[in-house]
Ligand binder design. Structure first.
Ligand code: SF4
Length: 304
């Protein structure tokens, strides 16, 4: 049984994704980066409290100056290690070789399928050319214990291209086991741009159905995050990530009443965040378990 720690590590990222919900908070704390000692101290403390699964996230975690040493340390403490990354550092052979010695689950962000769509989504003109070496290294160092995912954040600018995105991942040779589709959420920075970034569930779901067919064709696991079960066709219900979401603690920065930046540990028993239930939820078999409702911001923009 996993006891999961989400660790908000870095405050920097080399991408500027159009849907990023964290850029404002990262800017706010950019002058107060965590030290290696701070992170190691927390990892030791939480390991003593039974945590055995750590998710290094926020910003681009692999840009943390001594990231490999941190992975090594966490592994010695017995953690299963999950890293969500845009993959930039994995294009380098030396970094990739060490990285894959310690990481168990890799989640690679890929929201594009060619140079133009990559620039549109990430604002990084070099990233599309990095994907072949990232894929090559991932394939070269993949071990039996590794589980490789891709996280595709769907938004107004790329949802019609989901099949092309999946096909490009397969064609480039990234040895993906699991394709996660995340529909953009109206949280933090993305809240004010949600009208621009979002489309209705009715518009997006037919493209997700096509994506699922392609994933099935290649024998890949397929999960959907951010779309309520009642908006998915019944044969896609089993793909809802709501069934698999696990409670967790998140270590993140916080500014207290005195204006001092500190770290807090937030316990999340479910993924409700800013979702609410509407009238029809009260007769729904999925209410609360596993579905936590729909975002108010979505309800402000679209019929439900
Ligand atoms: S609880 Fe509400 S939002 Fe969730 S699946 Fe049921 S009707 Fe849809």
């Amino acid at each position: 049984m996993h006891k999961t720690l989400d660790f908000h590590m870095t405050t920097t990222c080399n991408h500027a994704c159009i849907f990023c919900s964290e850029s404002e908070r990262m800017r706010k704390y950019a002058h107060a980066p965590l030290t290696e000692l701070q992170i190691k101290t927390i990892l030791v403390d939480r390991a003593k409290k039974g945590f055995n699964y750590v998710n290094f996230t926020w910003g681009e975690p692999t840009l943390f100056p001594k990231f490999i040493s941190l992975l090594q340390f966490a592994k010695k403490l017995g953690y299963t290690i999950y890293v969500g990354t845009n993959g930039t550092m994995l294009a380098g052979d030396v970094f990739a070789k060490e990285f894959f010695q310690y990481v168990d689950v890799l989640s690679l962000s890929i929201h594009w399928y060619d140079d133009a769509s990559c620039i549109e989504q990430t604002a990084d003109p070099l990233h599309f050319s990095r994907f072949p070496p990232i894929s090559k290294n991932s394939a070269m160092y993949k071990q039996k214990n590794h589980y490789f995912q891709t996280n595709i954040v769907l938004n107004r600018y790329n949802y019609k291209n989901l099949e092309k995105i999946i096909q490009n991942i397969i064609d480039t040779g990234y040895p993906v086991d699991h394709i996660l589709i995340s529909y953009v959420a109206p949280e933090w920075d993305a809240r004010s741009r949600y009208g621009e970034l979002s489309v209705s569930y009715e518009e997006i779901v037919p493209y997700i159905v096509l994506g699922k067919k392609l994933a099935d064709f290649y024998g890949k696991n397929f999960r959907i995050f951010g779309i309520p079960l009642c908006k998915l066709p019944e044969d896609l219900h089993e793909c809802s990530n709501d069934f698999y979401w696990q409670e967790r603690n998140t270590i993140e920065r916080y500014t207290n009443k005195e204006g001092k930046i500190t770290l807090i540990d937030i316990y999340s028993p479910d993924n409700s965040r800013e979702r609410i239930f509407v009238d029809k939820c009260y007769s729904c078999a999925y209410k609360e378990k596993p579905c936590t409702g729909v975002f108010q911001k979505y309800l402000d923009l679209y019929p439900f």
